[in-house]
Every structure is written in structure tokens, then in C-alpha cells.
Design a binder for this molecule. Structure first.
Ligand code: NAD
Length: 252
């Protein structure tokens, strides 16, 4: 029996990469899953993968930067499965690669809307539902760039630091309400997002692998399994934590 048996999960950005892997990890541990993304094709593929694995899932389109859509996504999870126990706020994008003075205001605003405001909105509507139920666990995707500085991605880095700030504050506010709030801080994970960053930069893959003390990129599943555990009752005393899953990168 999986450690999320009987629970209901929600994953944003679940049409690809880390989100898809986490939706599958939730399902492998016994949870029913609300799969959400702005990419309907990717979302439908994730639902299909979960069904093939013997799990239960439904898809809902949701742009996490839009409050009404986030509210509707949480409502859909409750309508489909009766409750919301585990929420993974993972949707995100990388944005431009440029030094701060060369980067655009548009890039900053886009990073803000998706990577930070999106997590705020998800937390807000998830917590409102979890308060009604009297239980819940939330994990959001920050990054090692949410813990240390990162060249060429200052806006992304600022928003990921913000995700960790939201996480710690919400964890304190709801600690006595049986709602735990944590984040994961992935290192370099082999996903379409990472591969898009490497495209057209010869030698960059090798340089980034060398940055990982374990000598390889992480697999999306390695984040998904961590998130499933953080959402489970096995992590019942873990809240306000910004957990690195990074092959040792920030320990170096
Ligand atoms: P990915 O591009 O494979 O997946 C991201 C998903 O988010 C896509 O399916 C995309 O459609 C969706 N998305 C984008 N904007 C959205 C919006 N406004 N509303 C809803 N969905 C939206 O990327 P990934 O690598 O799996 O990234 C997932 C998360 O992990 C992101 O928050 C990213 O910042 C973070 N992260 C990734 C790495 C890495 O190395 N891949 C490292 C650290 C953190």
C-alpha cells in the first residue's frame, strides 16, 4: 500500500517534466490526482500515463497567474474527488538568460506572474479548502536559485527566493491548523525546460553537469518522489522546510 492511499493530490505544470513525474509519483503512492497545466496536450498525456499505471486522474486547464482559474482548479479537485490533501505548486518557466542590466522589464513581469504570484494564488485557494477540511500538505517548486544567487537569471532567482519566503510564512501561519507547507529546491533536472536553456550553447551541458557534485543531472522522478513523501503522513513533523534535491550542488 502506498503512503498516499486515500488521498487526493493536485499538481500544476503537470503536463511536462517535474510536474508530470510528481503526478505519477502521487499516483504510485495511491493518490487520485488533479492534473493541471496550460498545455492541454501535455496534460492529457499525463492523465493517460496515470491511467495506464492503474491510477485515477482528471485534467483541468489552469493558468496559475489567474486567480479565477486557480480557484476553479481547486474547486475541480474537490468536485472530482471530494477533498484536497496534497498540493504541488510546480508550474514555472525560466525566462530570459541575460545579466540584470541587459534583461527586460517584460521578463521580470512574466517571472513574477508565473513563478511567484502563481504560487501565492495556488497557496491561497488550496489553504482555504484545507482549512475547511482541517488537513493538508502543500509543496511548491522553488530551486537552488531560491537559496543562492544565480548569474543571468536574476528575475527567476528573485521569484524562487520569494517562493521560499511564502513557504516559510504560510508554514508558520497554519502550523496549528494541521496544514504543512514546504518547498523543494531542485538542482539541474533533465526536463524540456533545462534542455531549452542548453540549446545553442555548446559546452554548457558539460559545464552544468560538472556543477553537480554527483556528476549527473537529476531525473524528474527524483523530485516527484521527494514531493510525494513530503506530502505524506511520513513527513508529519516537516513544515517550513526548503528541501534541496540537488545532488549536493549547494553543499559545495
Ligand atoms: P517544464 O517546462 O518541463 O514544465 C513546466 C510546465 O509548466 C509546462 O508543462 C508548462 O506548460 C507549465 N506552465 C508554464 N507556465 C504556466 C502557467 N502560467 N500556468 C500553468 N502552467 C504553466 O519544466 P520543469 O523543468 O519540469 O519545471 C518545473 C518547475 O521546476 C518550474 O517551477 C521550474 O522553475 C522548476 N525547476 C526546474 C529545474 C530544472 O533543472 N528543470 C531546476 C529547478 C527548478
Amino acid at each position: 500500500m502506498g503512503y498516499l492511499e486515500g488521498k487526493v493530490g493536485l499538481v500544476t505544470g503537470a503536463g511536462s517534466g517535474i510536474g508530470r513525474a510528481a503526478a505519477l509519483s502521487f499516483c504510485q503512492q495511491g493518490a487520485k490526482v488533479l492534473v493541471s497545466d496550460i498545455d492541454d496536450k501535455g496534460g492529457a498525456e499525463t492523465v493517460e500515463l496515470i491511467k495506464q499505471a492503474g491510477g485515477e486522474a482528471v485534467y483541468q486547464n489552469c493558468d496559475v497567474s489567474k486567480a479565477a482559474q486557480v480557484e476553479a482548479m481547486v474547486a475541480k479537485a474537490v468536485e472530482a474527488f471530494g477533498q484536497l490533501d496534497c498540493a504541488f505548486n510546480n508550474a514555472g518557466l525560466a525566462g530570459e538568460f541575460a545579466r540584470l542590466a541587459d534583461s527586460t522589464e517584460e521578463n521580470f513581469d512574466l517571472n513574477y506572474r508565473v513563478n511567484l504570484k502563481g504560487v501565492f494564488l495556488c497557496m491561497k485557494y488550496e489553504i482555504l479548502q484545507m482549512l475547511k477540511q482541517g488537513n493538508g500538505a502543500i509543496v511548491s517548486t522553488a530551486s537552488i536559485a531560491g537559496l543562492v544567487g544565480s548569474k543571468q537569471v536574476s528575475a527567476y532567482c528573485a521569484m524562487k527566493h520569494g517562493v521560499n519566503g511564502l513557504t516559510k510564512s504560510a508554514a508558520l501561519e497554519y502550523a496549528t491548523k494541521n496544514i504543512r507547507v514546504n518547498s523543494v529546491c531542485p538542482g539541474m533536472i533533465e526536463t524540456p525546460l533545462l534542455n531549452a536553456q542548453l540549446e545553442g550553447h555548446p559546452g554548457m551541458r558539460e559545464a552544468m553537469v560538472a556543477f553537480e557534485p554527483v556528476g549527473r543531472f537529476g531525473e524528474p522522478r527524483e523530485i516527484g518522489d521527494t514531493v510525494a513523501w513530503l506530502c505524506s503522513d511520513q513527513a508529519s513533523f516537516v513544515t517550513g522546510h526548503t528541501m534541496t534535491v540537488d545532488g549536493g550542488a549547494v553543499a559545495a
